[in-house]
Write a protein that binds this ligand. Structure first.
Ligand SMILES: NC(=O)c1ccc[n+]([C@@H]2O[C@H](COP(=O)([O-])OP(=O)(O)OC[C@H]3O[C@@H](n4cnc5c(N)ncnc54)[C@H](O)[C@@H]3O)[C@@H](O)[C@H]2O)c1
Length: 445
């Protein structure tokens, strides 16, 4: 099949590369000229395990192409995937300007039947807006072309995106058109060979399923963070509680890890967008509002622990920080808890020495240049270098090399052996044995 993927970010690039890997011819389109030029040279705009090899292999084999011209990409393509961003607007609503901009452009070039597949996460009713926008352009061109609009939300996780795309738990296809359904079925066949994973439903139901899934996961995290806060005040180790409740199959073990808050490009904005959708209907989303409130508070929790220990004036103090990305396995800094912590620390006068295995370049692009110029923030290539003479170490992102570090070496490097463990990675007994003062999440003794 020949398909076009519009937007080559985390979702678009993975989608395009994985469909090409299955033998399809894919043209990836992006408005970012530099990104397209770098992709043609095999330079990826993002870090995603396994992606580089798939992109390189398929580009070389002539199945994967990159361009800035949608008109050129669309010719002969029956499937048009929209995978552009839907960032939060000022009022929390999903900003649809990019999605509808693409719809307009599709409408201005469409010549033959095509299935327009919305992969971006969009509010309920966007499918209708995309349809109306494309139709408007066709009317303007005085053309009668049949097309279908399908909602096919993406569930990949950054850090495991290729694996998730290749072996999906489920593929949601929202459509009321049998023709579109047959085309999508054929496209996704290689991904559902051992058992049927495609769930068909209406467009609005598919749009809502994506939001509900992310909101449910965010809710579990915020719920557990709330329990952790209570555990801390009652001298209970939340880690025992986590294991205790996770063994109940009705609850399960996923997404109940207490920590320093969820971040990334999806959970924060999707919870906000759902709250906004509810507001538009005059419906009070009390659970979702609490999920967001708890998460905002959680992102400040590490800073509060640090000031409780060292006082609110941190000038003259140096903090060693492990982990910048919003989670391990990615260089994505969007809504990262590390960013909230660094702003608070620097405002309080602290100096920071930080290390992340892959996100330092992305972080440097996003953080104020003045921090680097003045030396308030330094990035170190080695995780232990970031601990030289520090007053405390903070673990923010649980990358694998941080999980079982050389504690003796750490203690020898640090000025004072104090650890703030934002992801409850370290064993309490080990902390005592190695002589560390330890502050976890929901386990303060
Ligand atoms: N990142 C994730 O883990 C993830 C997972 C599931 C769903 N989603 C959803 O998928 C969508 C895309 O997310 P992302 O993280 O890949 O975004 P992203 O910001 O990484 O990438 C979006 C890309 O679209 C391009 N773009 C914008 N307007 C364009 C246009 N008119 N024509 C061509 N390209 C254009 C941008 O230049 C950018 O490269 C969002 O709605 C997001 O919520 C993301």
């Amino acid at each position: 099949m020949k398909l076009t993927v519009i937007g080559t970010g985390y979702v678009g690039l993975v989608t395009g590369a994985c469909f090409a890997e299955m033998g399809n011819t894919v043209v990836c389109v992006d408005v970012d000229h530099d990104k397209v030029e770098r992709l043609k040279q095999g330079i990826l705009p993002i870090y995603e395990p396994g992606l580089e090899a798939i992109v390189a292999g398929n580009y070389k084999a002539g199945r994967l192409h990159f361009t800035t011209s949608l008109a050129e990409a669309m010719s002969g393509s029956q499937l048009l995937f929209i995978a552009v961003g839907t960032p939060p607007g000022e009022d929390g609503s999903a900003d649809l300007q990019y999605v509808l901009g693409v719809a307009r452009e599709i409408g201005s070039h469409l010549g033959d039947y095509a299935v327009i597949v919305d992969k971006s996460t969009v509010p309920v009713g966007t499918g209708d807006k995309v349809r109306a926008t494309v139709q408007q352009e066709l009317n303007r061109r005085k053309l009668s072309v049949t097309f279908d609009v399908v909602s096919n939300p993406e569930f990949l996780k950054e850090g495991a995106a290729v694996d998730d795309f290749m072996r999906p738990d489920r593929i949601i296809v929202g459509t009321d058109s049998q023709r579109a359904r047959d085309i999508l079925h054929e496209l996704y066949m290689p991904f559902t060979r051992n058992h049927e994973r495609i769930l068909y439903m209406g467009v609005r139901e598919a749009e809502m399923t994506k939001y509900a899934a992310n909101a449910m996961l965010a809710t579990r995290i915020s719920f557990m963070n709330e329990i952790a806060g209570l555990c801390e005040r009652l001298s209970v180790d939340v880690e025992s509680v986590r294991v205790g409740i996770g063994s109940d199959p009705r609850i399960g073990t996923s997404f109940i890890y207490p920590g320093c808050g969820y971040g990334g490009s999806c959970f924060p904005k999707d919870v906000k967008a759902l709250i906004h959708m509810a507001g538009e209907q005059g419906f009070k989303p009390s659970v979702l509002a609490a999920v967001e409130e708890r998460n905002d508070a959680q992102k400040h929790m590490l800073f509060q622990k640090i000031t409780r220990r060292f006082g609110s004036q941190l000038s003259g103090r140096t903090i060693g920080l492990w982990g910048l990305a919003f989670k391990p396995g990615t260089d994505d800094m969007r809504e990262a808890p590390s960013s909230v912590l660094m702003h608070a620390l620097i405002d309080a006068g602290a100096q920071i020495m930080a290390h992340d295995p892959v996100a330092m370049t992305a972080a440097q692009r996003e953080l104020p240049a003045a921090w680097f110029d003045t030396g308030q923030l330094r990035f170190l290539d080695d995780q232990y270098e970031a601990l030289k003479n520090v007053d405390a170490m903070v673990l923010v992102t649980e990358w694998k090399p941080f999980r079982q570090p050389d504690f003796e070496r750490m203690r020898a490097l640090m000025k004072t052996p104090v650890i703030f463990d934002g992801r409850n990675q370290y064993d309490l007994k080990k902390m005592k044995e190695t002589g560390f003062e330890y502050h976890g999440v929901g386990r303060e003794f």
